[in-house]
Design a protein around this ligand. Sequence first.
Ligand code: APR
Ligand code: PHB
Length: 394
Amino acid sequence: MRTQVAIIGAGPSGLLLGQLLHKAGIDNVILERQTGDYVLGRIRAGVLEQVTTDLMDEVGVNERMHKEGLVHGGFDMLFNGQRHRIDLQGLTGGKSVMVYGQTELTRDLMEARAKSGRTTVYEAANVQVHDFDTQRPRVTYEKDGQTHTLECDFIAGCDGFHGVCRASAPRSAIREFEKVYPFGWLGLLSDTPPVHHELIYVRSERGFALCSQRSHTRSRYYLQVPLTDKVEAWSDDAFWNELRLRLDPEAAEKLVTGPSLEKSIAPLRSFVTEPLRFGRMFLAGDAGHIVPPTGAKGLNLAATDVKYLSNALIEYYQERSEAGIDGYSERCLARIWRAERFSWWFTGIMHNFPEDGPIVAKLQQAELDYLINSEAGQRTIAENYVGLPLDFGG
Ligand code: APR
Ligand code: PHB
């Protein structure tokens, strides 16, 4: 088999890239290790920046998103027992975010992919990338017991943090920057009405919590927990009780509880790979970087990476210019580092770091008091939360 761009991974990065290239008439094949159902079974964040909804509009996969997605013009920060609203719209000249689950966005992209008629191979085992330092890269994989070869012009590594593409880049050419946080997020999904119509980010003496949602009838909540905790040890009742203790009295009173549909613990990590290009192989999305979920930047960064990559590839095919390809890594990384900084900082002021001593809590408190009482401070949070524009000039 031969194609122009071989895309490894059918998460949001791979599917959106496939759609952007398809719209430009560039042939591409997606190879995914798992089944489609498995990919849709992963519960991830659900806050879309406007650049991401614009991209979904651009590829025409936007009908359900605009019908079911919830536009949020602000969110609350709760600390010292008091809630403070960050007025995203007022502070950013009218920008907002959209609450629409990554699962739903992925489902919409999968359906559009099926309709596009381009090839997607699910359950592609032992995917290996070859010769990406030459003009004729290849990808091999196994399917139904047979080995296949996919010849291509370019390889797009959209295969997530544990993928094969980054792992295949020469060690001497790669630098990795990493911070692992000393706690995780225990998440619970339930068919209960959200406690508040907007999100609440909570800093409490018992640890961070987040009240999020998927719809008017489905909620997503998180608790900061020690990395040593096991999800099996957290009953639904224990989760709800702990969440209530971290909320303000009004929210605690209003909280509607119910059986969990899903419960899991995710570690928190900041991670960036440099560069994101190795000859004719590119990394995009979680394959190249991870942010801690505070601020929900992961999916949005993945979307902007593949927008930059599709622009670069379209420029190559339409104008025979390599300028876009040559600039891909630097361009992406400038935006990535800004989102990494925001996610790291937001994580740092909202979580408990008991091992760093009591001074940290005092400093966090002072920083939050300062921010919330300064319009400049609030604007800094708001402008990062709604996301930087694609061409932010960085
Ligand atoms: N061969 C083929 N496919 C692979 C391989 C492999 N060796 N390794 C991983 N994959 C697939 C995974 O099964 C997964 O479906 O690549 C896909 C990567 O998808 P994601 O992990 O969702 O990464 P990405 O598409 O970049 O999306 C980033 O996901 O983790 C969140 O916060 C993150 O929201 C962000 C988004
Ligand atoms: C979520 O809804 O899962 C979510 C929302 C906001 C975040 C992280 C996760 O910052």
